[in-house]
Design a protein around this ligand. Structure first.
Ligand SMILES: [Zn+2]
Ligand SMILES: [Zn+2]
Length: 169
């Protein structure tokens, strides 16, 4: 996910460039490439290049209720500044950006979105993923996946949220 920005760095402040993104990125850092699609706009600012855009990808998650593995689509709203590390005309090294952890453009004027996409992906993954909103989860009694129908346990199976309520009452 690399974009050569040497021309944009030499363009006047406010210059914009749009890029269509369609690439395979190891978004979760687990060695599995996932398709990333979308659009980004690169804007020349006085000291950096601002990247803004909307990307979509998907990751494999484990449902927190029924433990099945499913594909979750993720929407990534990207907005980051990338600071050049060398002057584009003279090649002189530039001082590092003031904000720690800022993204940089390498000495060959390559702006690499991979790390940002990884970070946005991690942020977009829900804490308690569910395979679907109405996932029935596993039977508390026999552990069967209730999405595949009733398990045949004698007592009516209660939703864990209800048993929590009963306990409180
Ligand atoms: Zn589930
Ligand atoms: Zn059961």
């Amino acid at each position: 996910m690399q974009i050569n920005v040497s021309q944009l760095l030499q363009a006047p402040v406010g210059t914009e460039r749009d890029y269509q993104v369609s690439d395979v990125v190891d978004v979760a850092g687990d060695g599995n490439g996932r398709q990333v699609e979308g659009k980004v706009r690169l804007i020349r600012t006085p000291r950096s290049i601002l990247v803004k855009g909307g990307l979509s990808t998907d990751v494999e998650l484990t449902c927190s209720r029924c433990l099945s593995v499913f594909n979750a689509p993720l929407a990534l709203n990207v907005e980051d500044e990338y600071h050049p590390t060398v002057d584009v005309v003279s090649g002189t090294p530039l001082p590092p950006p003031e904000e720690p952890g800022s993204f940089t453009i390498d000495t060959h004027h390559i702006l690499d979105l991979t790390e940002a996409i990884r970070q946005y992906t991690l942020l977009a993954i829900p804490m308690k993923p569910v395979c679907r909103e109405d996932c029935a989860g596993l039977c508390q009694n026999c552990g069967e996946n209730l999405n595949q129908g009733p398990c045949g346990c004698p007592s009516p199976v209660t939703d864990p949220r209800w048993s929590e309520l009963t306990r409180l009452l």
